[in-house]
Design a binder for this molecule. Structure first.
Ligand code: FBP
Length: 264
């Protein structure tokens, strides 16, 4: 496991990834109501907030926009991804090599694994290649560990999320990004499954937009459970003014503030 404290994508071992790969994963529908966010530059501007420890984007966005921001934000290059137009069992095309990500200035790589999908075996093998290549460049790997597919009834069930966190540890990911399993206790279980304090860092995946308070409560539960932070997209850049919530997140994640104090 790489020590995240020394990496460019963490601050005091804590992580806030601003995810912006939704144009591929979900399509332009995620920008409805705030169409200016279709322009990646507006989200790179948001990523310059102190609370953000990296921005996660696909290759095309990194190529086009990262050069103007490389002094202000760390780059997490998402190596695989698939559009919502794909109707088969969950799978994700490898769109970028580690070598090319490093050339673009990446500080870490991101990779989705759909455990439980009919395509799990090939995805795990693709992750093996990416992970071992990333080690050559000392780049941490962040696994979007999302059990999903024909046999899965509930993708946020605590047992499923603990398994997702464990898969990330066993396969060598430095960070496991998992769905919030619904409670602090369930998150604690996932953190233990990922090996505890010296294992894979566990972070929460943001999900669709909710109120500031509801979102901060989940993030607080993750931090109290020993999680390292979160990767968040829609809950930040679908807001008219993302700065307020980023200020509050900074307090909860990096300053151990309560939700009430962070909202003040
Ligand atoms: P959100 O905070 O908006 O949920 O973003 C996190 C993320 O993992 C993105 O990187 C990705 O595009 C999206 O969620 C995938 O969402 P879904 O769970 O619908 O596949």
């Amino acid at each position: 496991m790489l020590a995240l404290d020394d990496s460019a994508i963490a601050r005091d071992g804590k992580i806030l990834i601003l995810a912006y790969d939704h144009g591929l994963e979900h399509g332009p529908t995620d920008f409805e109501g705030l169409e200016e966010r279709m322009d990646p530059q507006t989200v790179f501007d948001v990523a310059t907030h102190d609370a953000v420890t990296s921005i996660a984007v696909q290759k095309g966005i990194a190529e086009g926009y990262y050069p103007s921001y490389e002094d202000d934000v760390a780059l997490l290059a998402k190596l695989n991804g698939t559009s919502n137009l794909w109707m088969g069992e969950p799978d994700s095309a490898v769109n970028c090599s580690v070598e090319y990500a490093a050339e673009l200035g990446a500080d870490a790589i991101g990779f989705t694994l759909y455990g439980g999908s009919n395509h799990e075996i090939e995805m795990a093998e693709e992750f093996r290649d990416a992970h071992e290549a990333a080690r050559e460049y000392d780049l941490p790997s962040v696994m979007w560990s999302y059990p999903r597919g024909q046999g899965l009834k509930d993708d946020t069930d605590p047992g499923t999320i603990a398994y997702a966190a464990r898969q990330a540890l066993e396969l060598g990911a430095d960070v496991a990004k998992v769905k919030y399993p619904g409670s602090r206790d369930a998150m604690e279980h996932a953190v233990r499954a990922a090996g505890g304090p010296n294992g894979t860092s566990v972070i929460m995946s943001g999900g669709s937009k909710v109120s500031d308070e509801a979102f901060l409560k989940n993030v607080k539960a993750v931090i109290d459970a020993g999680g390292a932070g979160l990767a968040v997209g829609r809950n930040i850049w679908q807001r008219e003014n993302p700065t307020e919530l980023l200020d509050a997140l900074e307090a909860v994640i990096f300053e151990e503030a309560s939700v009430d104090a962070a909202l003040d």
